[in-house]
Design a binder for this molecule. Structure first.
Ligand SMILES: Cc1cc2nc3c(=O)[nH]c(=O)nc-3n(C[C@H](O)[C@H](O)[C@H](O)COP(=O)(O)OP(=O)(O)OC[C@H]3O[C@@H](n4cnc5c(N)ncnc54)[C@H](O)[C@@H]3O)c2cc1C
Length: 494
């Protein structure tokens, strides 16, 4: 059984938003029969419902119920880093080695399209300000020669393959002068950096704002604190039974937007999607202090990442804390403990601005937006996929079931395009006429590595997940012994 635990620590995004939809139940009882049940009310579930409405021909939006085990958007989307940060270049060598140069570029372009698509969608719906959306530049700051060799190497590999004028590479630039790198990134000790376009958003508010719009259509019934316990196959009447503690619903279609927890209802994903745990903090900061979003890299494992919210919030969201947690990788590898903080992180974050940011003018130790217990520091479970890519599409051999899950710690620039791909497939299955909305045309086709094909799902059953976890733990421990990691803090030795 992998259902979300019901007592996760509080997160700034959720507590700070104070949404009236938090525990929303559209009706006191669940409907008996609907067209579509969407399981999960995070970014995937909400955008799935949004696209089903937008793609449907006038007056033909299917009836939908969204079931959420926790409060609305209480999973990863309510607990993440807020970075809408496409992998413009850094994964190119890895992906090119697996899918060839063209295959790698297809994934990168799909991610990059999310910037324009978010902008278009939020402008069309008049939500950009409400959800603290911002486009800008982001940087990968090299904090060591090892990091710079990797980051610059990735950039050079891509440039070599696609040429100076490739439309993605020309959006990236190197800063090789250490003084300029430190000035641009504002990260103390940064020796060089790669810069590229990026975005940021308050993810929980984004989801709640979309759901608010959808509730007005009258076609969406939203049900908080209602886990789907089991699902059947389609019966002879073409209906699937979804069982919950509050009764059963019959639906023509079930969409699994269940992230790390997908295998509870679809056991074939048990070896394919599992937990990883991250940590973040929300720090009070002077307005406009951090000019860009970014990440610090010491090697491929030890990093931090951050953004600053636009006014009136001005909060810095900083995450990672890997210089600390790498000394105890079991805290983040295959770990579901969202009910616990990582050991030692509140002190780590309190010292981060003065220690790591040039010219910090805020308090030292940093002042949290809320107390640790009330969401100032939090942990969150993201899904890790066994082959590092999400699973999107009709569930093989299970008619009427669709899945979009396993987006890992990098769902923001992947999900909107994935659900836009899925919506017309679902409508075709339901026999509903669909038209492509202009916002959805921004996305290139769904990258092949995302497709939930029968061959992929079968092949991945035999990968040794336990060996993979152990490898991640071992790699963390190797990193923890590098000079820039420093000695293990006492709190992790106790
Ligand atoms: C600490 C952390 C930091 C991150 N930072 C970033 C970042 O900066 N940028 C980025 O791109 N990505 C980031 N991510 C990843 C990103 O948050 C996810 O990829 C994305 O939010 C996934 O959205 P989702 O809707 O698929 O999953 P979720 O938001 O987890 O939604 C799934 C929902 O399904 C519900 N559910 C599950 N099973 C059932 C069931 N049986 N019945 C009913 N409901 C169920 C869950 O309660 C949950 O609310 C981060 C994740 C974490 C945890």
């Amino acid at each position: 059984m992998v259902l979300p635990i019901d007592n996760p620590v509080k997160s700034f995004w959720i507590e700070g938003a104070d949404s009236h939809l938090r525990n929303h139940r559209s009706t006191p009882d669940l409907p008996d029969v609907v067209d579509v049940v969407i399981v999960g009310s995070g970014y995937t579930g909400a955008t799935m419902a949004y696209w089903l409405d937008k793609f449907s021909a006038e007056g033909s939006t299917p009836s939908m119920v969204i079931l959420e085990a926790r409060d609305i958007c209480g999973g990863a989307t309510g607990r993440n880093g807020g970075q809408l940060r496409p992998h413009y270049y850094s994964r190119y060598p890895l992906w090119a080695s697996r899918f060839g140069s063209d295959g790698a570029l297809k994934v990168i372009k799909h991610e990059a399209a999310h910037l324009a698509a978010f902008k278009a969608l939020l402008e069309a719906e008049g939500l950009a300000e409400e959800v603290s959306f911002k486009l800008g530049e982001t940087f990968d700051a090299a904090m060591s020669e090892e990091a710079w060799a990797r980051l610059k190497g990735a950039y050079e590999d891509m440039k070599k393959d696609i040429g100076e004028k490739g439309d993605i590479i020309k959006d990236c630039r190197l800063i090789e002068d250490p003084n300029e790198a430190e000035r641009f990134t504002q990260m103390k000790g940064c020796i060089a950096a790669v810069v590229h376009p990026s975005g940021q958003v308050w993810p929980y508010k984004f989801v709640h704002a979309l759901l608010q719009l959808l509730l007005k259509t009258g076609q969406v019934n939203l049900q908080a604190n209602t886990p789907a316990l089991s699902v059947s196959q389609q019966d002879a009447d073409g209906l699937i039974t979804v069982d919950t503690p509050r009764g059963k619903i019959k639906a023509k279609t079930v969409i699994h937007a269940t992230n790390r927890w997908a295998s509870h209802l679809l056991p074939e994903f048990g070896n394919l999607i599992y937990a990883g745990r991250g940590t973040l903090a929300a720090i009070k900061a002077p307005q406009g202090f951090l000019k860009n979003t970014g990440a610090q890299h010491w090697d491929s494992i030890i990093n931090n990442y951050h953004l600053q919210l636009p006014p009136p919030h001005n909060t810095i969201i900083v995450g990672g804390a890997k210089p600390l947690t790498v000394h105890d990788p079991k805290q983040y590898v295959n770990n579901d403990r969202e009910d616990e903080q990582f050991r030692g992180v509140p002190d780590f974050y309190a010292g981060w601005p003065k220690r790591d940011v040039v010219g910090w003018t805020g308090r030292d130790p940093a002042e949290l937006e809320r107390s640790v217990e009330e969401g100032g520091v939090w942990s969150g479970v993201y899904s890790t996929s066994i082959d590092s890519f999400p699973f999107v599409g009709p569930v093989p051999k299970n008619k009427g079931h669709f899945v979009a899950a396993g987006f890992a710690g990098h769902g923001m620039p992947r999900i909107l395009g994935s659900t836009a791909h899925l919506a017309p497939l679902v409508l075709a299955d339901l026999g509903v006429k669909s038209n492509t909305p202009s916002t959805a045309t921004i996305f290139p086709p769904l990258p092949e590595p995302f497709q939930a094909t029968e061959e992929r799902i079968q092949r991945l059953q035999s990968v040794d997940a336990l060996a993979k976890f152990q490898k991640e733990i071992d790699e963390g421990l190797v990193s923890s012994k590098k000079p820039f990691a420093g000695p293990a803090p006492q709190i992790l030795l106790d």
